[in-house]
Structure formats: C-alpha cells, structure tokens
Design a protein around this ligand. Structure first.
Ligand SMILES: *[C@@H]1O[C@H](CO)[C@@H](O)[C@H](O)[C@H]1NC(C)=O
Ligand SMILES: *[C@@H]1O[C@H](CO)[C@@H](O)[C@H](O)[C@H]1NC(C)=O
Ligand SMILES: *[C@@H]1O[C@H](CO)[C@@H](O)[C@H](O)[C@H]1NC(C)=O
Ligand SMILES: *[C@@H]1O[C@H](CO)[C@@H](O)[C@H](O)[C@H]1NC(C)=O
Ligand SMILES: *[C@@H]1O[C@H](CO)[C@@H](O)[C@H](O)[C@H]1NC(C)=O
Ligand SMILES: CC(=O)N[C@H]1CO[C@H](CO)[C@@H](O)[C@@H]1O
Length: 489
C-alpha cells in the first residue's frame, strides 16, 4: 500500500500534480498529498527498526532507521503474523485501525505489523534524494528490508515458528507476491491485491481501460472526452487562445507552451482527473483521511453529459474546476518547468519528496508503467511515450536504452506473469486500469486470481460497508477462506 495503501501507482502522476496544495506538499502526485499521514498517530505509535543501507554488499555496513507500526490487539498465542507492506508514499497508520486485513486478523488471532518502504514517508536511508543516493532505492532492496525485518522481529518476539502472511495493494501487492516468491522460507502466504507483476515501459492499455470504465457508465462519455481533448489540442496550436484556456482551466499563470513537454504535461494533468477517479472509483477510502471520494465516474460522466455547460471542451474545463474545488486547490499549475524544478529538488523537504521523485525514479529504473496516449482506443491526446521517457533523462540522467534494459531485467528477475510459487492470492478489480498488468486467471489452484467485477484499485482491502457490491463482499470472504485453509498447511 502505498500506504496509503493502495494509492500507488498512480497513474502516472500527473494529476493532482499540478495542483498547488497547501502545506508545502507536493503537487504532482496524486495520492501523495491527499492524506493526513499523522491523523491517527496517537493511537499507533511509530517504532523504528535498524536496517542496512545496502543488502547486497557485505562490505558496506552503513545503517538507517526504518519506521514500522504494530497492532497486538488481535494476537492470540500461536497465531499467525500479518505483515502489511508499505509502498510509494508514507505508511498510513490508519491501516493499523481499519481495513479488511484486520477483520481477518481478528478472526485468526494474528499479530499485525506494517513496515514503511525505504525512501518514503519518514524512512530516510540517506541524507537526501540525490540520484546517487537513489541508487539504494529498488524493489530488491525493499524485499531484503522485509526479509531482515521479518527475521529480526521474529527473533525478538519469539515468532520464528509462526506463519507469516504478507499483504499489499498495488506496487506493494507486487512486493507481497515477490516476497513469497523470493523468500518462501520467510513468508507462508501472500495476499497480493491489484498487483502489476509485469513491468513494461509503455502501458497504453491503462487509458484503454479508462475508456472502457467510462463507457460502462455511459457509452457517450468517452466520446465526449475525446471531443473535448481534441478541441483543446487544436486550440493549443494557436497562442491567441491561451488567455481563454488560462481562464477556462483556472491556471495559476498564463499558459505558455514552448516545447512539446509543456503541452504534454498540461494535457496529461487534465487527463489525470479522469484517470485518478477511475482508478479509485467508489473505493471506501475515507478512513485514510482521503477526501473527494464522492467524485466518481458517474459524477464526471454527468458533467461531461451536461449540455447546459456548453460544448464538450467547456464541460472538460468544468471537470477540472470541480476537482480543484473538491481538493481546495486555488489554481492549476500546468507548467512543466515548475514540475521539472520540483522533481529535481533532492531535499527531504522538497516539493516532490512525498514520493514523487522516488516513485518516478523507480519507474525509470525498474518498472516503466508509462500511461501514454499511444493507443488509438482511448479518448485522450497529447502525452506520448516519448514525453514520459524523456523525464527519466531530465530527472535522473537515465536514457531510453537504460530504461528498456532495466524493465527487461525486472521481468527476468521476478518472472513477470509467470509466477512459480504457491499460496499467493491475486485479487483484481475489473474497472481498475492496473488489472491489465496483473494476473487475470488462476495460475494454479495454489495461485488463484480473484476477479471482482465492477470494482476499482484495491477495493477488497478497504473496510467493508453495507453498500458494497455483493461480489466484493464475496471476494473478501473468499480470500479469508483461502487464508484459513493455507494457515492449516
Ligand atoms: C475504524 O476503526 C474504528 C475503531 O475500530 C471504528 O470506530 C471506525 O468506525 C472504523 N472506520 C471505518 C471506516 O470502518
Ligand atoms: C475567447 O473567449 C471569448 C468568450 O467565449 C470568445 O468570444 C473569443 O472569441 C475567444 N478568443 C479566442 C482567441 O478564441
Ligand atoms: C462531495 O462532498 C462534499 C463534502 O461533503 C460536498 O461539498 C460536495 O458537494 C460533494 N460533491 C459531489 C459532486 O457530490
Ligand atoms: C528544494 O525545496 C526546498 C523546500 O521547498 C527549498 O527550500 C529549496 O530551496 C529547494 N532547493 C532547490 C535547489 O530548489
Ligand atoms: C549521464 O549519464 C551518462 C552516461 O551514463 C554519463 O556519461 C554522464 O556523465 C551523466 N551525466 C551526469 C550529469 O551525471
Ligand atoms: C479484468 C481482469 O483482468 N479480470 C481477471 C481477474 O481474474 C479473473 C480470474 O479470477 C479473470 O477471469 C479475469 O479476467
């Protein structure tokens, strides 16, 4: 979870990015700044674990402190240990109090732990986020952190012979699967929710799923979005329209388009409104401190279909303003040069240190996942793969060749879709764009997929509520039965 558990992967961040948010938080990362990380700290105290900086060099003895949380309320002697894996943002202690994993813990008498991912939140292995220091940020180092934490905690608390179960959603869902895969002697089973296990530089399928998800609400909706974004693209070619665009989208300063990066960034930011809403549609995320959860696909498609607002372009602008109002954003900062400045700030106090600089580094050196407009079967325009790949060079001096090589190596190392393991359950939601990189069918009876029709990213991890779809409730029960059965093995 990106702990916030499942925020992850955001679509490629754009979105909220641009939004100037209060309190010096980042703008670019959708989820990264929406959550009040400290809201529950009184209840679950943060604790610190001494971790190695480099697990793959025995001659390097540098250490740092990694943050974790414990909930012992449900533990019964002899019970299992549940380990929630942190992801590309601060670990949110709200998960120590709410979430489906806790209802499982209660029934199974589990001790619950959550470990923050290195380089995110308060887990700072190095003095800053310089590119040299980011060399210690990788999923492999993160898995080794988990292995060392699991081993030392087990020793310290007498839990060595307990059965450990890993949980995670989104990128941490992949980590949960990979933890079991690479360290089977340390993890008995994993629940890998909405896990993109296949790395890919270009991920145009993401926007194809966004189109399908919008169309499932209303067949007209993606067509109207397409009309609007085509109109906008056309207007961007004529600087005389910039005053109007600036006003229509409530930009912080007059629109300036000097390079293709500028227009791509602006268009991606606006598309991000839709990507983000689709990804989290109707998820029960309120307990995390997330606001704006009432902005759903239905609401956005309602605005797009409202002829009283004018042509589709004007409705698209209305969606952008609705998002700004909802998240209390004064104006939209659509400038790529501001984004570039923020993303290259290497300070822990910098505007992208909430996760943006770190996560994009991981995409450039491990995963790709670039949600480009390269597919014809999607409604947005103007942010091709080349724009996203260029950011790797601009931010971290990583070339397109290096990126392609790194992504191939990730699949070589973890196996991509070809997972050879056991006792890993892989839930996915049909409207979540990330399912396109997830496991879509049972691999073996011991590596089952759980498909949840009509739900979004990580839906099964959030607390249950009465209005949940019946298939979502069934999926939660099904996962519980699997755990119950596996813990007897
Ligand atoms: C979260 O847990 C607290 C304490 O158990 C409970 O009072 C609250 O209703 C829960 N919230 C949700 C959204 O389930
Ligand atoms: C800007 O908007 C106004 C009002 O809608 C319109 O009359 C004008 O033609 C627009 N200007 C340009 C350059 O498109
Ligand atoms: C969403 O909820 C907020 C706060 O309760 C409210 O002000 C806003 O009007 C709601 N928006 C929609 C589209 O329902
Ligand atoms: C990085 O961000 C911090 C905090 O906003 C700021 O004080 C500092 O000047 C920035 N550094 C650079 C090089 O822009
Ligand atoms: C960028 O990378 C290239 C090749 O990997 C290297 O030769 C060059 O020195 C690097 N530039 C900077 C500014 O680090
Ligand atoms: C959308 C999607 O990929 N769904 C898959 C999730 O997993 C089930 C298997 O349980 C597949 O049947 C779905 O196609």
């Amino acid at each position: 979870m990106a702990f916030q558990s499942c925020r992850l992967l955001l679509a490629f961040f754009l979105l909220f990015s641009l939004f100037v948010v209060g309190e010096g938080q980042y703008k670019g990362f959708r989820k990264f700044n929406r959550v009040q990380d400290d809201s529950q700290k009184a209840v679950f105290e943060e604790q610190w674990f001494t971790q190695k900086l480099d697990h793959f060099n025995g001659a390097d003895s540098r250490e740092w402190k990694q943050r974790y949380f414990v909930n012992e309320a449900f533990y019964r002697p002899g019970g299992p240990v549940f380990l929630m894996i942190g992801g590309e943002g601060p670990a949110n202690p709200a998960w120590m109090q709410n979430g489906t994993w806790l209802t499982y813990a209660e029934k199974l008498g589990a001790l619950c732990l959550m470990l923050e991912h290195r380089f995110y939140g308060k887990s700072h292995p190095t003095v800053d986020l310089s590119t040299d220091n980011l060399h210690y940020l990788s999923s492999r180092q993160a898995l080794a952190d988990l292995a060392h934490f699991r081993t030392m905690m087990a020793e310290a608390r007498g839990l060595t012979n307990r059965k450990w179960v890993a949980f995670g959603g989104s990128y941490p869902g992949s980590l949960a699967a990979w933890f079991r895969l690479k360290y089977p002697h340390l993890v008995h089973a994993s629940v890998a929710t909405s896990a993109p296990v296949y790395a890919t530089v270009n991920f145009p399928e993401y926007l194809e799923v966004v189109r399908r998800s919008l169309a499932s609400e209303n067949a007209e909706c993606p067509l109207l979005v397409k009309k609007a974004s085509d109109t906008l693209l056309e207007r961007l070619k004529d600087p005389k329209t910039y005053d109007n665009i600036t006003k229509d989208f409530n930009l912080c300063s007059k629109l300036q388009i000097q390079t293709e990066m500028d227009s791509a960034y602006f268009l991606e930011t606006l598309a991000g409104n839709f990507m983000d809403v689709v990804q989290y549609n109707e998820d029960n995320r309120g307990f995390e401190g997330v606001t704006g959860t009432n902005i759903t696909i239905k609401v956005l498609c309602g605005v797009m279909g409202d002829t009283s607002l004018g042509e589709p372009y004007a409705r698209y602008a209305a969606v952008a303003r609705l998002m700004m109002d909802t998240f209390f954003i004064k104006c939209l900062d659509a400038s790529f040069s501001t984004y570039l400045r923020d993303m290259t700030n290497t300070s822990w106090d910098g505007p992208a240190a909430g996760g943006g600089r770190q996560w994009v580094y991981q995409t450039c050196t491990e995963f790709g996942f670039y949600q480009s407009t390269d597919s014809p079967n999607q409604p947005f325009t103007g942010f091709p793969l080349a724009y996203q790949v260029k950011q790797c060079a601009d931010f971290y001096n990583v070339s397109a060749e290096q990126l392609a090589e790194a992504v191939a190596q990730t699949n070589e190392y973890y196996g991509g879709y070809d997972i050879r393991s056991s006792r890993i359950v892989l839930p996915n939601g049909s409207i979540d764009p990330w399912h396109a990189l997830g496991i879509t069918q049972d691999i073996t009876p011991d590596l089952p997929a759980v498909f949840i029709k009509g739900t979004a990213h990580c839906a099964n991890m959030y607390p249950a509520r009465s209005e949940d779809l019946p298939q979502l409730a069934l999926a939660r029960d099904h996962i519980f039965l699997l755990l119950q059965q596996w813990l007897k093995q």
